[in-house]
Design a protein around this ligand. Structure first.
Ligand SMILES: Cc1cc2nc3c(=O)[nH]c(=O)nc-3n(C[C@H](O)[C@H](O)[C@H](O)COP(=O)(O)OP(=O)(O)OC[C@H]3O[C@@H](n4cnc5c(N)ncnc54)[C@H](O)[C@@H]3O)c2cc1C
Length: 372
């Protein structure tokens, strides 16, 4: 990070002693807002900001305790970031899933070594679970293969996109065992391992500042202390609702800003914008409904009921649809103002499509609901 960004961070040093979500919102407004365009353009990966968010507790509130977990603060915090920058909300989700995996693992050595470091943001990282999530729902084959050796596994293969990465970052993923035992194993990948290569991706429509890479595993030795779950399937069942619910924060932040954009042009253009079929009031109502539903579900992420799971999937589907609808409406309300590259309306539209295509994508969610 450059000195300009670093000095911006220093401005937020004396935050009031309020709740984690409030402090995250302050950092979002003061420090993230001036960086949002550069992150969108891919000229900044905001690692210092992510660590600063760790300092105020942004990555720790959803860790389970006594068999229960509460995701509400994490979702609200991601929403505050997403209100300003969709890419940063996505990176926040990546970091939160990494914490979610480590804090739900029964591997004590792993928890001891990494738990606090992930939760405080001193180690950053994410998740390479798109391919496994698609494979568990019969959409594609697992791309990583592993075999048992003394003290761990040897893993090979490649994942096309993993975000919030850098040379010293970690991420969770899953490989298929090719040895006689078979099955699937969930593990942490250490990007500093010389047998792991991070390959830059071609430019995206948005999300270029998210530290997203293609990741190649060339016979990587994964020691036992990096195993999240020797048997991945039940672990995935345990963490999957949290994985999806945390994504709600990305949608909430984006929808809130799209409503703000529509409100901002209400004075000069309201006399004609009122003929548009979708109005900010409708999105406010929809938002309130989604927020109530998400906050209720977020208090109980280990609920094993099928009805609970169906509600999580259905809400996630609606949030993707509503993000695209809100960003589309914001564009129509703005007219030529929003068509300027310098206006955030067009950025919100590009970011909204990401909410709808990141795993579980709209089409996968529809498949899951059709088969549930
Ligand atoms: C900016 C960005 C960041 C992402 N970050 C992560 C992350 O952190 N972790 C993670 O696990 N996933 C990540 N993904 C993947 C994402 O979650 C989805 O899996 C992806 O957008 C496609 O999902 P889909 O269900 O629409 O699959 P589809 O696009 O329908 O199909 C996906 C499959 O098609 C093939 N494919 C698609 N495009 C190409 C291409 N250009 N070249 C070669 N093969 C291709 C690949 O085999 C891929 O598995 C990221 C994607 C993007 C665009």
């Amino acid at each position: 990070m450059g000195t300009l960004a670093a000095s911006r961070l220093a401005l937020a040093e004396d935050l009031p002693g309020t709740s984690i979500a409030d402090q995250v919102a302050t950092i979002a407004r003061k420090n993230l807002a001036p960086m949002a365009s550069a992150i969108d353009a891919g000229t900044i990966y905001p690692d210092e900001l992510l660590r600063r968010l760790g300092d105020v507790g942004a990555w720790g509130s959803h860790q389970p305790s006594d068999g229960a977990a509460d995701l509400r603060c994490a979702i609200q915090s991601i929403a505050s970031l997403g209100e300003v920058c969709g890419a940063t909300a996505f990176m926040a989700w990546c970091q939160n899933t990494l914490v979610w995996y480590a804090s739900n693992s029964d591997n004590e050595k792993l928890a001891e070594k990494f738990g606090d470091k992930f939760a405080t943001g001193s180690i950053l990282g994410g998740t390479g679970l798109s391919n496994p999530m698609k494979s568990f729902f019969g959409i594609e084959r697992l791309k990583l293969k592993g075999r048992k050796v003394e003290g761990g596994y040897i893993v090979k293969g490649a994942l096309p996109w993993v975000s919030n990465l850098g040379p010293d970052h970690y991420f969770g993923s899953i490989f298929e065992r090719e040895d006689e035992e078979g099955g699937t194993v969930m593990f942490l990948a250490d990007c500093s391992d010389p047998a792991i290569t991070l390959q830059p991706c071609k430019p995206f429509l948005a999300m270029d500042g998210t530290g997203t890479f293609g990741v190649q595993f060339r016979d990587v030795f994964v020691p036992d202390e990096l195993i999240l779950a020797e048997v991945a399937a039940p672990f995935v069942k345990k963490i999957r609702a949290g994985f999806i619910l945390l994504q709600a924060g990305m949608a909430f932040g984006l929808i809130r800003d799209c409503i703000a954009i529509m409100d901002e042009v209400g004075a000069p253009l309201g006399h004609v914008n009122r003929y548009l079929p979708q109005q900010p009031t409708q999105f406010r109502e929809l938002y309130a409904e989604f927020e109530n539903e998400a906050m209720a579900l977020a208090r109980d992420p280990f609920n094993e009921d099928d009805t609970y799971w169906r509600k999580v999937v259905a809400l996630r589907l609606r949030l993707g649809d509503a993000s695209v609808a809100a960003a589309h409406a914001a564009m129509l309300h703005c007219g030529a103002r929003g068509y300027l590259k310098s206006h955030r309306a067009q950025r919100r539209l590009r970011e909204a499509y990401f909410v709808a295509i990141v795993t579980p994508a709209t089409k996968q969610l529809r498949k899951m609901l059709a088969e549930a």
